[in-house]
Design a protein around this ligand. Sequence first.
Ligand code: SF4
Ligand code: SF4
Length: 383
Amino acid sequence: METVPLAPFQEIVEEVRANGGDAFKYCYQCGLCDTVCPWNRVTALSMRKLIREASFGLSETDEIWRCTSCGKCLQRCPREVQLVDVMVSLRRMATEYGLFPPSVRPVRGVTVGLSEQGNPLGEERETRADWAEGLSVKTFKEGMEILYFPGCYLCYDPRLQKVAAATVNLLHKAGVDFGILGVQENCCGESIRKTGNEPIFKRLARENIKTFVENGVKKILVSSPHCYHTFKNEYPEFMVNFEVVHTSEYMFQLVDEGRLKITKEYGKKVTYHDPCYLGRHNGIFDEPREVLNKVPGLKLQEMAESREDSLCCGMGGGRIWLETPKEERFSILRLKQATDLGAEVLATACPYCISQFEDSRLTLTNSEVIQIKDITEILQEVV
Ligand code: SF4
Ligand code: SF4
C-alpha cells in the first residue's frame, strides 16, 4: 500500500488536533484496537499502525477510508484514543487536498447529489415525498404531535420505501398526529461528515435546522440511527436541541401505552442485529428487543455478538457509498451467525444495515432461508 506524506509533519499534527483527533498522542501502541476491529475478520488492517503513521505526518491513502466508525475500538482502547475522530480528521485533510484514491472517488458524486438535490443518491428533490403517495401522509404543521423524518434512503430506495410505508401505517393505526417535511427535508449529513466533508455537513445541518425552526418542529421521529445520532448529538453544536426519537423506541412506547394493539401472532424465529449507531453509539439496546418480545409467537434468539459486541454491517463512516468486495463484507459473516442460529428473520432498525444485508443475502447459496426486516415491517404484520 502506498504511504505518502499528506503534509509536512507539524502541519498534519496541527490539523489532526484542530479536527478533533488530538487524542492520538495518548496511543501507546498496545494494538488492542486491532483485536476488535471488524476489518481484521476479513483482511489485515492495523489501526494501531495508522495512528503511529499519523503521528509522523504520514497516511496510507486507501486505509484511512476503511473505518466504518462502528465504535468497537472505542470501547476497548485503554487510553481512550478517539480513533473515529482521528480517522475523520485524516479524511478531512485528504478531502481538503483532493487526495481521493480510486476506491473513494464515488464520494465525489455523492457530494454533488447532496449539494444540488439534498440527497446522496442524486435523485431529484421534487420527488422526495413520492414514497408517501396514497398513504394519507400530511405535511408537517406546527402543533402536530411529531415530525416523521424518514431520511434519504427511505425516501428514494424502493426496498426501504417499504419501511417508510410500514412506519406511517403503524402511526396511523396508533392515531398519531404526525406529518413529514417532504421536499423541504435534506439529508441529515451524518455520513458525509464521516468522510471528512465538514462544509457539506454544516450546510445540510443548517438548512435542516432552519426548516425545523420555521415549521415549529419540537419532536422528531427518525428511522435511521444515523439521523438519530446527528440530530441528537451533533446538531446541538449549532445551539439547538430537538427531542429525537427512533422508531424502535417510539413503537415500543406506542405498544406499551396501548395506542398500538398487537392482535396477531408471528410464528417465526427472529434474531436482532444491533445497528452500531443505535446500540454502541447511543445505548438503545432494550426497546427494539422489548417490542419484538411483545409479539406473540415470535421467538427471539441472540447471536453470539450482540448488544455492545454487535458486529458492524460495514456501511457506517460513509462506506455505504464505497464498493466492498464480497470477501471483505462483515455483513456476510453476520448473516452466517443468523442462519447458524436457525433464524428465519434477521430483524434490525437501520436502513444501511437492511440494504447491506439484503445485498449480501443474495450472495448466499441458500438466500431464501432468511428474510431481512425492519422492526416496523414485523409489527405491521401483527397489528
Ligand atoms: S487500543 Fe488505543 S492505545 Fe492501544 S494501539 Fe489502539 S489506539 Fe493505541
Ligand atoms: S471504529 Fe470500528 S472500523 Fe473503525 S477502527 Fe474502530 S473498530 Fe475499526
